[in-house]
Design a protein around this ligand. Structure first.
Ligand code: SF4
Length: 140
């Protein structure tokens, strides 16, 4: 549709508003990187849980510091130490994992509501969405 409008009317939008159906990581990345268009589109969120534990929406993303803040106010980071050889960031599944400190989760009164079966909590995001966050784009 974008290409047809450009071809027919020589117009290229600076921003694009759409529904969440277009809010996948690859689609948002394509709009920004390939077309230079700022998306006004909510990111698809499939993190909803049915067991009553916290969802990703319960964690706040700190764009400036590239970390999540958990409901207890603790930080979840991609790395908790500096590596001599910088890491690429994403796993083979193209996802970035932000992890809490195990010591924070061990001492947390909300652990049963957060991560009852794991030693520490982690939040996962697609690399495309994280890279767009890092550019300063305001995605919801
Ligand atoms: S279990 Fe860990 S990540 Fe979850 S709320 Fe507690 S401290 Fe935060």
């Amino acid at each position: 549709m974008i290409d047809r409008v450009q071809k027919a009317h020589n117009l290229m939008p600076e921003r694009l508003v759409s529904d969440t159906a277009y809010g996948s990581g690859p689609m948002l990345d394509w709009l920004v990187e390939n077309r230079g268009i700022a998306p006004q589109i909510s990111v698809i969120d499939k993190s909803a849980r049915k067991n009553g534990t916290f969802e990703r929406a319960d964690f706040i993303f700190d764009t400036e510091n590239d970390l999540y803040i958990c409901p207890c106010g603790n930080e979840l980071k991609q790395y908790h130490r500096a590596y001599k050889t910088p890491r690429s960031g994403a796993n083979k599944d193209e996802a970035i994992r932000y992890r809490a400190h195990k010591s924070d989760c061990d001492a947390c009164a909300l652990k049963e509501r957060c991560t009852p079966k794991e030693p520490q909590c982690k939040v996962t995001r697609s690399i495309e969405v994280v890279l767009l966050f890092r550019t300063g784009l305001r995605l919801s």
